[in-house]
Design a binder for this molecule. Structure first.
Ligand code: SAM
Length: 211
């Protein structure tokens, strides 16, 4: 399988073809090998237009959803970002190309360990993985310029809003456990202004301020 060609086609048809225009996002998605983040038996499916299983009943998100959520953060380079839901580590790897520092929190040890090994192999050094309940955020390294939650939540946890910088952005799927709306919130004068970027389906955010 020619992964480079598959990646180019993914960018052309699934990402640019659906309106993603941020050049830095396109470049990051061109440079990160998604095939490294999927399970051995899923390598040939790595660039398909869908989420894929990664073990522990969890998924690596659809490439377009990764691109859309990343574009929503409007990263320019100097930012500190928190990701809730490390999963395979693919989204964090994309963020590592676009921000100064990425903290990513995962509730399953096994997934955090696997992602850590892939970051080592790819020599990604500006991502720190933490195991814990990300619905509470990660106060230790806050405030963040961007927060991305890659699991569906019943609401936007107040803890995450508190840990966001003024003018910071949070992107999060909000809804019930079967379907959500992708919300982008921008913090202005301590309050969040939200825009709805349409329907999506994520595995649930399980934790104190999730399900
Ligand atoms: N961003 C991931 C990637 O690039 O592969 C995909 C994430 S997957 C759709 C959702 C992840 O969120 C799962 O790995 C799940 O274990 C994790 N998760 C769910 N609730 C969580 C919580 N409260 N804290 C941290 N991780 C959580």
């Amino acid at each position: 399988m020619d992964f480079e060609k598959a990646r180019e086609e993914m960018i052309r048809y699934q990402i640019k073809g659906r309106g993603i225009r941020d050049k830095r996002v396109l470049s990051a998605m061109s440079s990160i090998p998604r095939d490294k983040f999927v399970l051995e038996g899923e390598k040939d499916n790595a660039y398909l237009d869908c989420p894929l299983p990664i073990g522990m009943s969890q998924t690596i998100s659809q490439p377009f959803m990764v691109a859309l959520m990343t574009q929503c953060l409007s990263l320019k380079g100097p930012e500190t970002v928190l990701e809730v839901g490390t999963g395979s580590g693919y989204q964090a790897a994309i963020l590592s190309k676009l921000a100064k520092m990425v903290y990513t929190i995962e509730r399953f040890n096994a997934l955090a360990d696997r992602a850590g090994k892939i970051f080592k192999e790819l020599e990604i050094k500006n991502v720190k993985i933490i195991v814990g309940d990300g619905s509470k955020g990660l106060e230790e390294y806050s405030p963040y310029d961007g927060i991305i939650v890659t699991a569906g939540s019943p609401e936007i946890p107040g803890s995450l809003i508190e840990q966001l910088n003024e003018k910071g952005r949070i992107v999060i799927p909000v809804g019930n456990s079967f379907s959500q709306d992708l919300l982008l919130g921008i913090k202005e004068k301590g309050k969040l202004k939200t825009v709805n970027h349409g329907g999506c389906v994520f595995v649930p955010l399980v934790g104190k301020y999730g399900w």
